[in-house]
Design a protein around this ligand. Structure first.
Ligand code: COA
Ligand code: ZN
Length: 354
């Protein structure tokens, strides 16, 4: 099968075009031990803005005690440059956060709560019922302000405190927010507990029961299943993906949390399959190459080390001389006059007779 046939085969399995929401400025920087200076955050956002993302989650409006790394949310939102065609969104956990965010003219708001009770309490210091009531009020208020809302549901594929999470409870929460007017719902695998058949089953169910609610999938690569889960979601018809440049990311209130599925690896996989992501992989890799300077550590990006699959290398230096010498010896052998070898011919005939 040719490469083109492979691409055509793959593109028939899921959406031909996907949208990526780059979340490294929020999900990535919220867990880094270093607090990235505001100037550097703005430069990071501006570099990401040139990569072709549909959305960028610029920051979160949370309590500075809970997430000190993002305490400069207003300054970041005011100072970043807004590229045409990119929707800038911000995560908000409560009404106070929404008021702060709205003063910064976001294109969208991303509300958050957990599908599991214990993680919601640990992360947001509220019961699920309290969070749900507050989010419903926020959806109504955002509607009046004319700002579209997405709701991110954390721990839907598993909770680091409780284990399995009930899919019926996830769907009930999602349905309540969709009915209240949320334009989109994100199913989040907060600590990389999801596996591909589980992702496919929940995404298919979501699309069947809530066909009007824009579905996004948010995956962490904590157990190495990030891209496999992304592929399963895509095969189930999902066309919107959260991802973080360099595979940064994690929730500080989820034990064992680690990085998101890396944007460059997600883009590289889908682009190889002929799926349009809108993202310029070359530019994105340049941004990823600069991340160690931003977060003062190496990132887990395998693609950055290996390069895109068709990046070719110079063959070893010894090869040219070695094979040229071999060819020359062969030619010399062919050109040398052939003397008859009666003895050996007889010998071989003898051998054949025996
Ligand atoms: N932005 C800024 N400050 C906020 C705030 C917000 N969105 N919400 C609350 N505060 C302030 C209050 O004004 C109060 O300040 P004070 O101590 O100076 O009076 C203080 O925080 C405590 O307020 P309270 O309502 O009691 O909040 P809390 O301590 O119960 O925390 C949250 C609730 C939701 C604000 C907090 O848990 C939080 O920000 N969590 C976000 C976690 C997160 O982002 N996780 C990763 C992403 S999933
Ligand atoms: Zn996350």
């Amino acid at each position: 099968m040719s490469a083109a046939t492979f691409a055509a085969f793959a593109a028939s399995a899921g959406p031909a075009r996907i949208e990526i929401n780059e979340v490294a400025p929020r999900d990535g920087l919220q867990i880094e031990p270093v607090v990235v200076p505001t100037d550097a955050k703005v430069a990071f956002l501006d570099a990401l803005s040139a990569c072709g993302f549909a959305r960028i989650e610029a920051t979160s409006f949370t309590s500075a005690k809970a997430i000190p790394a993002l305490a400069d949310a207003e300054a970041v939102m005011h100072r970043m440059a807004r590229a045409p065609g990119v929707r800038y969104t911000a995560l908000v956990p409560n009404l106070r956060g929404m008021e702060r965010a709205l003063s910064c003219r976001p294109d969208e708001l991303n509300l958050v709560m957990s599908a599991s009770e214990t993680h919601n309490r640990a992360n947001l210091r509220m019961t699920r019922a309290q969070s749900q009531a507050q989010l419903l009020a926020m959806i109504a208020a955002a509607g009046q302000a004319g700002v579209p809302v997405n709701v991110s549901l954390s721990t839907v594929f598993g909770c680091p405190f409780e284990g399995e999470v009930d899919a019926d409870a996830v769907m009930a929460l999602a349905a309540s927010f969709a009915a209240a007017g949320a334009a989109g719902i994100t199913l989040c695998d907060t600590t990389g507990m999801a596996y591909p058949t589980q992702v496919a089953a929940l995404c298919e169910r979501f699309r069947r029961e809530l066909p009007q609610a824009g579905l996004t999938i948010h995956l962490h690569n904590t157990r190495g299943m990030g891209l496999a889960n992304a592929l399963a979601a895509w095969q189930a018809g999902v066309a919107r993906f959260d991802a973080a440049a360099g595979g940064l990311g994690g929730c500080p209130y989820a034990p064992g949390a680690s990085g998101n599925v890396s944007t460059e690896e997600l883009v590289h996989m889908f682009a190889s399959m002929g799926v349009d992501t809108g993202v310029d992989l070359g530019r994105l890799l340049e941004v990823v190459a600069g991340l160690p300077e931003l977060v003062l550590r190496d990132t887990p990006s395998q693609l950055l080390s290996a390069g895109p699959r068709l990046r070719t290398h110079q063959p070893p230096a010894w090869m040219a001389a070695h094979f040229a010498a071999q060819e020359a010896a062969q030619q010399a052998l062919q050109q040398a006059p052939q003397a008859p070898h009666e003895d050996s011919r007889n010998g071989s005939q003898d051998g054949a007779r025996r």
